[in-house]
Design a protein around this ligand. Structure first.
Ligand SMILES: Nc1ncnc2c1ncn2[C@@H]1O[C@H](COP(=O)(O)OP(=O)(O)O)[C@@H](O)[C@H]1O
Ligand SMILES: [Mg+2]
Length: 298
């Protein structure tokens, strides 16, 4: 089972017909849906027919109730969730422009009242896990211990992080065996700029892989220091790139469980991300195995 530790988000989307540079644009689609990096990654895992579960606290508000329904309807198990007053989804307003670029404005004040579930729940989740997916930027206090426990039990840890490099986030980044982060964030935390230099700085003796993603410029895969392979992004007509990186993480974890090597994992992940980027507005935002295979085979 692939377990996810991060946060849930309630995303209020506006899709416009113009580019960001236009300054303003007519709304061509509006919807409210659930997101959050780990929720999106888990929905990809479940869509690819592997068991997936969210590990965390979820509040008691109407938004939290809807989030529970959303998880279940995407095939994500809620068995490792504890309901706790105040642990409500992050609220986001997302503007998507022509070409699929997005700006996410979020209120994450509820994270201050979103604890880890009890030790017994964490223990049960780790016992069931073959991979732990974690979003370091939003994971609850105490998540470093969960990562360490996962590692002690031989559970692979696939870690995402994209902003706010606090000491806690950096400690989590340090501890993961599969570090899968945007190149820009890697550059920010290392002070290096090229993918080769960033991976070299991020490598440590706990790593199995370092993967740096870079939007339409593709990604960089490193399984040993000094050995960095560029993997291209698939050329698609992007409609909405929200959650592309998350589908990448989910498909990477799924591919890891199936025993694939690093380049194959990153290739499958890239295809999953491209499939999600090209989905029409309003579609269920998960890739299918068939759509991934179609891109990979070419
Ligand atoms: N517009 C796009 N078209 C095709 N693939 C994309 C597109 N945007 C992102 N991807 C794929 O998704 C990966 C992650 O995207 P990236 O933008 O780097 O992360 P994030 O969404 O987390 O910011 C990229 O490395 C690429 O393979
Ligand atoms: Mg991301």
């Amino acid at each position: 089972m692939i377990i996810g530790l991060g946060c849930l988000a309630h995303d209020h989307m506006l899709v416009t017909e113009t580019t960001w540079e236009s300054g303003k644009g007519r709304v061509i689609h509006a919807e409210t849906r659930f997101g959050g990096n780990v929720r999106n990654a888990l929905s990809t895992v479940a869509a690819l027919d592997h068991p997936a579960a969210y590990l965390g606290s979820v509040g008691l508000s109407a938004s939290s109730d809807e989030a529970m329904v959303d998880l279940a309807s995407h095939g994500i198990s809620t068995e490792f969730i504890e309901r706790v007053v105040g642990a409500d989804p992050v609220q986001s307003r997302i503007t998507v422009t022509a070409g699929g670029e997005r700006y996410v404005a979020f209120d994450d004040s509820t994270l201050a009242t979103t604890p880890l579930p009890s030790d017994a729940v964490v223990d049960a989740a780790l016992s069931a896990a073959d991979v732990l997916l974690i979003d370091a930027c939003v994971a609850p206090p105490g998540s470093l211990r969960v990562v360490e426990q996962a590692r002690e039990r031989g559970v692979a840890v696939v870690l995402d992080a994209e902003r706010d490099p606090s000491p806690t986030v950096l400690a989590l980044v340090d501890a993961a065996d599969h570090l899968v982060i945007p190149l820009g964030f890697g550059a920010q935390i290392t002070g290096a700029s090229s993918a080769a230099d960033v991976t070299a700085e991020l490598w440590n003796d706990r790593r199995t892989a370092v993967v740096l993603t870079d939007g339409t410029r593709g990604s960089y895969a490193c399984a040993a220091p000094g050995d960095v392979v560029h993997v291209r992004a698939y050329a698609v007509d992007a409609v909405d790139t929200t959650g592309c990186g998350d589908a990448f993480h989910g498909a990477y974890a799924w591919s890891l469980v199936s025993g694939a090597g690093l380049i194959q994992r990153v290739t499958v992940a890239s295809a999953a991300a491209a499939v999600v980027a090209a989905l029409p507005a309003g579609a269920r935002r998960v890739p299918s195995r068939e759509a991934i295979a179609e891109l990979v085979v070419g």
